[in-house]
Write a protein that binds this ligand. Sequence first.
Ligand code: MRU
Length: 363
Amino acid sequence: MDKKKILSYETVALDEKEDAIVILDQTKLPGEVKLLHLREQKDMWQAIYLLQVRGAPAIGVFAAFALYLATKNINADTWEDFYPSFCEVKKYLNSSRPTAINLSWALNRMEKLAIDNRNKPIAEIKELLLKESKKIKAEDIWMCRQIGENGLTLLKDGDGILTHCNAGQLATSKYGTALAPIHLGVERGMNFRVFCDETRPLLQGARLSAFELIADGVDTNVICDNMASQVMKNGWVDVVFVGCDRVATNGDVCNKIGTSGVAILAKYYGIPFYVLGPTSTIDMSIEKGEDIVIEQRPPEEVTEMWYKQRMVPQGVKVYNPAFDFVDNELITGIVTEYGIARPPYTESLREIFRKKEKAKARL
Ligand code: MRU
């Protein structure tokens, strides 16, 4: 398969004829471009847990489609029969991964729509859920495009950019968040030099960011996570762009494990550190980073995955958190679809939501 075509692929798509969700299996990239057609609830749960679909916004879109498809099969004529089954599926899907808020955000949004229309016939509620899931995806594409535009105002031609994990096209419905300004800039003839931290233990940087950036013709450099300090010291990094899985109201940002270290290094070397994410990733119910539940992953991801044989002696304990959080004081700005929030975040994030509400009211 021609790698250059990757950006024309859809990360998450609903196949209405087949009643399936079609995803690019991200555990197989970059070696194999494999599409999965998922029809069963259990396979959808697994797809999230195993990171076949991953990245906060993509997980949200996927969950909305999954809830719609499961709902479609609920055999009920009344709200009283329908709603408990709906809640059961929602709870099951929500248990697949705890940290990225987009999962529960999308599921809650679908539930609210169902409740608001509880007096309508069940068949109509199902139709509305279908529309809502498609809307969640369309909005995700719009949000990422806007984040790309806003993020691009921070870049100059020729800049060196360091990124961690994959917050690109593969983590969203299109464009990405942290990588969106880069894709847009390239489209407009700009050149960048991008450093992708490999991102232990699941290598989202080495496998996925590098894959989509090189496919877009970007000067792509993969470094091991522990090399970030050296490339910064060399003066090769003008700015750091990362994504986010959940942002607290005080501006603390939860993202892939290792992000916090990158932010500390950037501060030391005087390099601006930006977080790029849609408002769907901002959790206004959470005050600070410490309140975010951090997913713990199986030890095998550290001890043997990617190696020909196990690399860690038997009996050794492994700590494998999937995420960490960055203290807001290390963050230069949070780039959203409604503009760039700057410290103090308690104020600026509220302002972003005010802009969002105003924009919604104009619709
Ligand atoms: O465990 P993953 O691969 O789902 O983690 C992904 C990240 O940490 C991304 O940076 C984040 O979800 C933002 S994606 C636009």
